[in-house]
Design a protein around this ligand. Sequence first.
Ligand code: 5GP
Length: 189
Amino acid sequence: MKILKERILRDGKCLQGGILKVDSFINHQMDPVLMEQMAREFATRFSGCGANKILTIEASGIAPAIMTGYIMKLPVVFIKKSVPATMDNMLVASVYSFTKKRSYDVCVSRDFLHTGDKVLFIDDFLANGNAAKGAAEIVERAGAELAGMGFIVEKAFQQGGKELRASGVKVESLAIIESLDDCKVVFRE
Ligand code: 5GP
């Protein structure tokens, strides 16, 4: 998506270790106009996928997911990154965090994910795919089906995208980064 790639080049910052910082327009300060354009792009790419629900993971997936849900007129459920004491009847998966370098349990109430649901997962980044695999596990535990997975930024030099596509998931990423070597952003054409 051209406008997103231009914005990444203009306002994104590379950190050591293959990390792209987009916190001035995606995941700390947020640009709602860009967010709407990205949501429309997701809606186009996933039109006809048959999803009846959008799933994301807190916190930075919520903004693109709610905007996509608004455009596609679908309810949005977010996976919680801690298991609340007040929540029984839940679906749990373990996720390894690339940024925090540890595993943690994530969960969704069974009240909001059911057998027969067709789920579109939306998140900000796809790196090693751990968050996405945790989401897929929760969808499977619910007896629901994955309609597809959409990411704002995919880092193709990490393995998540390859693995998810090889497992048969329809993956759409709005900007695919081949390399962040020497803190230079190289996009896939
Ligand atoms: P994965 O589970 O695919 O390895 O990583 C996905 C999660 O890690 C994303 O939801 C995001 O929060 C975080 N993440 C991974 N790589 C980056 C990055 O380069 N920049 C930022 N800001 N977050 C990242």
